[in-house]
Design a protein. Structure first.
Length: 129
């Protein structure tokens, strides 16, 4: 038969092996939870839920005041219908974009003066550079 200290040693080794297995399982679970794909998935689900809540709240407020909503939408539509409104919207949406000169602006071009034949230049709007 085995001695008492040998039994205690075998039992302690078995407990240590089981504890290592539990620790390994715990570490695997933590790695899975903290994986970049899992974190990204969880964050996107939370953003979707918050976005849905925000959209529902905004829709309920808009539906509760249809006259104000209609007036505001009409005002925005009229503003955007005008070319300066579109330019403002484009500037807001794409801050790095440069605007093109209007088709009505004229650049300085020399022309002959009808009275004395000397050249003069048109001094109307110059294109933005």
């Amino acid at each position: 038969m085995t001695s008492r200290p040998a039994q205690r040693l075998a039992r302690a080794e078995r407990h240590a092996r089981e504890a290592r297995e539990r620790l390994g399982d715990t570490l695997d679970a933590i790695q899975q939870i903290l994986s970049p794909a899992n974190l990204l998935n969880e964050a996107s689900q939370q953003l979707r839920a918050r976005g849905q809540d925000l959209a529902d709240s905004a829709l309920s407020k808009l539906l509760s005041k249809p006259v104000v909503t209609t007036l505001a939408a009409s005002a925005i539509g009229l503003l955007l219908k005008r070319k300066p409104g579109l330019a403002l919207l484009a500037k807001f949406m794409m801050p790095g974009a440069t605007s093109r000169p209007s088709k009505h602006s004229r650049t300085k071009t020399p022309r002959a003066d009808a009275k004395n034949g000397a050249e003069s230049s048109i001094t109307e709007k110059e294109p933005a550079s």
